[in-house]
Design a protein around this ligand. Structure first.
Ligand code: GAP
Length: 514
């Protein structure tokens, strides 16, 4: 655990030191669970968003994008169920005065059971080698069976308590499992209470006529209320999707995990409208497809897993999370939900307007079913950033800190370095920059010895360093150094653009999915 904590602390301090993420309004001691993206962070975030948009919108003929407002008519949130049911169960520790989500405390307990089972599996894998039958082992090894069935039983009991509003039983479960305050070890808990996560605000100049509004807690509802506008003006045929990226706001009870759980964050969501009865086909398609998209970034297959929901929300008929192995363990990265016709029907009811698709082939109208994909942009940023940050021991025994960001997402694609600050080398370096900057974000660095400049670029995550030396003046060649392998090649200046493009073009990365 201490090691995990250290890794996570290192991620947070590296993000600050290298201009990726700053605490919000830091000169006033910051604001809890609110962060600012700095000069490099904003580029990484923009690239992740574009990578998602290109795949979801540009590569799918039947998906279009919108950008709905953050403010929506307040009835939207009554219809969606957020006013009545967008709650988290909170619990306070009477000794430490710390506040926790009761469900997260229980889930963390279950994750430990899962880890124990995984350890047994790993041990057996080593022991039995090639002849190991993992599935059989999971189903028959008494310890593994016990860990998994215990986990299932606990999760089911928690879901039952939360769904039925039996919060006393959720507290009883915490006590029976002897769950302690993770920071102090105290088991002196208050009752469990529900807490609505929406931020309220007012619209209007005078106090009497001002209207109560909410900051949207998800972008999805902006898509639902625009369903018919988009379908008609875009002449969309079912099945089709509407995608959107944008800010969402939640008054999270516990937000101690950097940008994993923020109060202001960004979502990338897509609602796919299908014919009732066909939703499972598309649910399976998106479940598979979204994982493939994540895998295309090359962060390692072993760092992802599905968590299929056993207990479903009343409006869903299937749901899964794609979980990622963050520095603090496997946690939800993206949700894929088959939401039936719940949202459109609710908006029909509350608005009194029809939200139906007219099928000209059968001459009839119906409310489509919806399969949703929803990923947090900040969470994805954390996944990419934390997995990319590595310490390597080099042959000479020294340590190299390198941010091995997928080149397609790196904020700066190349740093151009004149070997010395004289003899016309800076001028040639600038000429190279003038040419490359039409297509790529590039930087110039002439300070310190070349070795130190390489290390700086490594820590920033820049995939290429291009060094201009005296030979460059004569034969118009430079050395190009690859961040991950540290390999250096002598290449023609005229070929630089092609070489960089080959490694950073979104097209080449997305093609890995096929
Ligand atoms: N429209 C469905 C929806 O909003 P969700 O599971 O509540 O579902 C979807 O959120 C995704 O949004 C999550 O998988 C996560 O990546 C991201 N997310 C949710 N709450 C967040 C928070 N407080 N901070 C950062 N990301 C968050």
């Amino acid at each position: 655990m201490a090691k995990q904590d250290d890794i996570f602390k290192n991620v947070i301090s590296h993000a600050k030191e290298y201009g990726y993420i700053f605490p919000s309004s830091e000169i006033y001691d910051g604001l809890s669970a609110v962060y600012d993206y700095a000069q490099n962070g904003v580029e990484l975030k923009r690239n992740i968003r574009e990578y998602w948009w290109k795949f979801m919108v540009q590569m799918h003929e039947n998906i279009v994008g919108i950008d709905a407002s953050i403010f929506m008519h307040p009835t939207t949130w009554k219809a969606s169920g957020h006013v009545d049911a967008f709650n988290d169960p909170l619990i306070d520790n009477k000794d430490s005065k710390k506040r926790y989500r009761a469900d997260v405390l229980i889930e963390d307990y279950c994750e430990k059971l899962h880890q124990k089972a995984q350890k047994e599996i790993e041990k057996a894998k080593k022991r039995f080698g090639e002849s190991f039958d993992e599935e059989q082992f999971i189903n028959t090894n008494p310890r593994v069976v016990e860990y998994y069935s215990r986990k299932k039983e606990i999760m089911e009991r928690m879901a039952k308590g939360l769904d039925s509003g039996n919060l006393a039983d959720v507290k009883a479960l915490i006590e029976e499992l002897e769950i302690a305050d993770p920071e102090t070890g105290s088991k002196n808990w208050t009752e469990v209470r529900q807490f609505n996560l929406m931020f309220g605000t007012k619209l209007g100049a005078s106090a009497d006529s001002a209207m109560d509004l909410y900051l949207r807690p998800e972008t999805a509802q902006g898509i639902f209320v625009n369903f018919l506008n988009v379908q008609k003006t875009g002449r969309m045929k079912i099945p089709f999707g509407i995608a959107q990226t944008g800010k969402a706001f939640r008054n999270e009870i516990v937000a101690r995990q950097f940008i994993f759980r923020m109060r202001e964050f960004e979502q990338m969501e897509m609602q796919f409208f299908v014919k009732p009865g066909e939703e499972m086909k598309y649910y399976r398609y998106w479940k598979d497809n979204r994982l493939k998209w994540h895998l295309s970034l090359g962060l390692g297959e072993e760092n992802y897993r599905y968590h299929d929901h056993e207990k479903l929300a009343h409006y869903a008929n299937a749901a899964t999370d794609i979980e990622f192995n963050f520095p603090f363990g496997f946690k939800e990265l993206e949700g894929i939900h088959s939401r039936t016709d719940f949202d459109l029907k609710a908006h029909e009811k509350f608005s009194g307007k029809k939200l139906q698709f007219f099928d000209s082939e059968t001459n009839s109208s119906y409310v489509p079913y919806v399969v949703e994909t929803s990923v947090g942009l900040d969470r994805l940023f954390l996944a990419v950033f934390s997995k990319s940050l590595q310490e390597e021991i080099l042959e000479d025994g020294s340590t190299r800190t390198v941010l091995k960001l997928p080149a397609v997402l790196a904020p700066t694609k190349a740093t151009i370095l004149p070997l010395v600050k004289k003899d016309g080398l800076p001028e040639l370096a600038q000429e190279i920059i003038e040419e490359l900057k039409w297509d790529f974000n590039v930087a110039y660095d002439e300070k310190d010895a070349v070795g130190r400049r390489y290390r700086r670029a490594d820590a920033l995550g820049t995939p290429f360093c291009i060094t201009v030396d005296h030979q460059s003046l004569e034969d118009k060649t430079v050395t190009i150094r690859h961040r991950d392998s540290m390999k250096q090649d002598r290449v023609a200046i005229a070929d630089l653009s092609k070489i960089i493009d080959q490694e950073v073009a979104m097209k080449n990365w997305l093609k890995k999915m096929i």
